[in-house]
Design a protein around this ligand. Sequence first.
Ligand code: FDP
Length: 355
Amino acid sequence: MSSLSPQASPSPVSLTRHLLEEQRAGRINADLRLLIEVVARACKSISIAVGKGALGGVLGDAGSDGEASINVQGEAQKKLDVLSNEILMEANAWGGHLAGLASEEMDHSVPISDAQPRGNYLLLFDPLDGSSNIDVNISVGTIFSVLRCPDGVTTPGDEHFLQPGTAQVAAGYCTYGPSTMLVLTIGHGTHAFTLDREIGSFVLTQRGMTIPEETREFAVNMSNQRFWEAPMQAYVGDLLQGREGPRGKDFNMRWVASMVADVHRILTRGGIFSYPLDSKCAAKGGKLRLMYEANPMSLLVEQAGGAASTGRQRMLEVRPTGLHQRVPVFLGSRAEVEAAVRYHHEHDSQEQGDG
Ligand code: FDP
């Protein structure tokens, strides 16, 4: 009779097995492993709801009596935004691994109630990113970030979530596209799992994603060009000049307008993603959210060998001042992010010299 040996087995590696192996290797503890499993399970439920589309009655705006429902960001909520938030909240309320949760869709963080067992982690999430793409059947996704609850804190408030991105113990996203994929880091590389819909399990399909250092592809909403700061104007201006310009090569452009999908492309084949400061969003500090979008994506990108910056500072070192704080974002292929940052630094030091 043949014995079952992992080496001889051609069986696919499930997320559960991968996390158990990480635990045995001492890179993760049981609580964090189980917390990630709960998030992954919630993502499967969201994937089912997204996949039903119009048949599930979940498309369109949330709200009633013709009144749109507006979230804390001042944006109209979609039914799927609300549903995804509820799925993540419900799944994580009773697992026993969390001390509190914060969602892009909610004004304040929520501590785990006294009636439930509490753990030592804080979970932040953007339940459905790219929601303007929901109704047109384009990829959307869930982004999440895990922090440690500070020692001695049993009922965390918003201030306990205000930790820099370097403090994240795990981060990931789930993209609901032609296939549903979970991309995860626990600080030891970035790995991709594809949902096998027949067996309902995430299967490891790319171990150690690696972003090429150089790229010829950029992602930005070009319609904002006239609102950008001078260094961004100069940077993209030079990209557009292609082979004849100072960069000496032609660049292609892609913009899905779902951050999860754009970042997934960059993790897969390289590129630079940018949502820079512009005069429309300057008062808020930027368009994208530090805690729910920029930080988790930056950890995933750095763990895949890429770089992430605000244009002036490494993203993961930004000291958060608010749960819903916004920041400019540049992330992706290391050499290209460094080039964009150089334009900002050169502009700033010239300004200081002139002043
Ligand atoms: P959305 O508002 O649709 O949720 O998080 C904000 C975000 O999407 C990102 O996913 C996306 O990259 C960006 O905004 C799209 O912005 P534009 O509408 O300016 O293109």
